[in-house]
Design a binder for this molecule. Structure first.
Ligand code: SAM
Ligand code: SF4
Length: 458
């Protein structure tokens, strides 16, 4: 979401005459896009802002802004903790940035634009205050022009007790399918081969219009018809909405990626109940078995929170067991962080010591890494189709003119593949034969077509 928001804001500012520079020292405007999902992310931003105090004292003409979820959550607190900040902009107000900049530079003082809180008005009014301005697409502002994010859903209404997102991003709203399809067409015309549809619970997508209701399966069918698009991905999924109809649609539409990120968060029913996730492990397993039956080639990944309020060793071991049963492609593991304004912060005690959270994090990661490696090993010798993204991190450090560099890309199931190639291959779909693997990466080489010369008799 934040990568997409940054793309939109940069595209908008470019239209208003700004250009992107190579280093903060050259910039007239320094804009931080922020996350507030965990305390650590916020502290990183405050520490980065702290380093700008002297810069602002020496160059008062520079404008410093904070955008994103932390801006929505902390509001005035940001001005208090970093008084040299000129503007604070919530994720639903990004369209206001050019105007705010004009006001700051013309001496009107600090500016703040945030959306309404969940209880600050009628649901429709609150929802409208969180709407974004997505149609401003500029392929040069994307890390790779042939891959693009497309928001189909704003906000979240699930209110998991640990999570700040329903407050910072507002009520759940499905964008209209017409708007989404026309934006996807623009992206395809700009050269996007792969689009990733974004939503906090993307598979719960629904939109009611004059012609009836469109759900996620219906939307995928409409997007599948767009010429030029080769791959359609979507994140993040909510377990309860992974219906048979949706899985069958994914199976029947070849451009739709069978990569399903469906976070479980915990393997313990008691913890899931305190998290208010709305399902039990039996429900999750029923969904998982549905995936195995309808889409056996799918790769499934998950998120886990360790050390949530009241999590015992026994609860934690149930998360280990769930990873071992589901053999996820990968899992993102987070240590629980208390978030102000959430139900858990108000009603539950953060009683798992920091060291226990860290130890559980490491243990779960080790289990997941072992499983990922074992499953990746089964792919040695196979040929996979890879959308090449560009030089790998390793290649970036090597000679930029080298004829052979390590390139990286992803399979349709979201597996990362590296191989020796050249920079011109970025944006191509290539067949790569897998020779070796680690937990996170497949290592291969470009598959060469064998040419067999046959002599003509006589
Ligand atoms: N909407 C998605 C879902 O429900 O699966 C995920 C949204 S959140 C941006 C990404 C992940 O951050 C969550 O899946 C959860 O594992 C983690 N997370 C959210 N709040 C957290 C908290 N307070 N402490 C630690 N991890 C948290
Ligand atoms: Fe947060 Fe839960 Fe919504 Fe995901 S579903 S964004 S974890 S409240």
């Amino acid at each position: 979401m934040n990568v997409l928001d940054s793309e939109m804001v940069i595209a908008d500012l470019k239209r208003h005459g700004y250009t992107v520079v190579d280093s903060p020292g050259e910039a007239d405007l320094l804009l931080y896009n922020t996350c507030s999902i965990r305390e650590q992310a916020e502290e990183k931003t405050y520490s980065a802002l702290g380093k700008l105090k002297e810069t602002k004292a020496r160059h008062p003409e520079k404008t410093i802004g904070v955008m994103g979820c932390m801006a929505q959550k902390d509001q005035e607190t940001i001005f208090r903790r970093a008084p040299f900040v000129d503007m604070v902009v919530g994720p639903g107000q990004l369209h206001a940035i050019p105007d705010m900049l004009t006001k700051v530079t013309s001496g009107e003082g600090r500016q703040m634009a945030v959306s309404l809180g969940r209880k600050d008005g009628k649901q429709t009014v609150v929802a409208r205050s969180h709407e974004t301005f997505d149609p401003l697409r500029d392929p040069t502002m994307r890390p790779t022009p042939f891959q693009a994010y497309l928001r189909i859903q704003i906000g979240c209404d699930k209110f998991c007790t640990y999570c700040v997102v329903p407050n910072t991003r507002g009520p759940e709203q499905g964008r209209s399918p017409e708007e989404i399809v026309s934006e996807a067409r623009v992206l395809a015309e700009q050269g996007a081969l792969e689009i990733t549809l974004l939503g906090q619970t993307v598979n719960s997508y629904r939109h009611r219009g004059p012609d009836g209701e469109t759900d996620m399966a219906g939307l995928l069918e409409r997007l599948h018809d767009i010429d030029g698009l080769k791959r359609i991905k979507f994140v993040t999924n909510y377990p309860k909405d992974m219906t048979a109809r949706l899985l069958e649609t994914i199976r029947d539409l070849p451009k739709v990626s069978p990569y399903l990120h469906v976070p479980a968060q915990s393997g313990s029913d008691a913890v899931l109940k305190r998290m208010k996730r709305g399902y039990t492990i039996a429900d999750y397993m029923e969904m998982f078995e549905r995936i195995e039956t309808i889409l056996p080639e799918a790769s499934v990944s998950s998120d886990f929170i360790v050390g949530f309020c009241g999590e015992t060793d026994e609860d934690f071991q149930k998360s280990v067991k769930l990873i071992e049963r589901c053999r996820f492609k990968n899992s993102f593991i987070f240590q629980y962080s208390v978030r102000e304004g959430t139900k858990a912060a108000a009603n539950l005690i953060d009683d798992v010591p920091r060291e226990v959270k860290a130890a559980r994090n490491n243990e779960l990661l080790a289990v997941q890494d072992r499983i990922s490696k074992e499953d990746n090993q089964k792919l040695i010798g196979d040929t996979v189709e890879v959308l090449v993204e560009g030089p790998s991190k390793k290649a970036d450090r090597s000679d930029p003119d080298a004829p052979v560099v390590q390139m990286t890309g992803r399979t349709i199931c979201d597996r990362i593949v590296v191989f020796d190639g050249n920079r011109r291959q970025a944006g191509q779909l290539m067949d790569i034969q897998i020779d070796d693997v680690s937990s996170h990466t497949l290592i291969g080489r470009v598959k060469t077509v064998e040419v067999v010369s046959l002599g003509m008799p006589g």
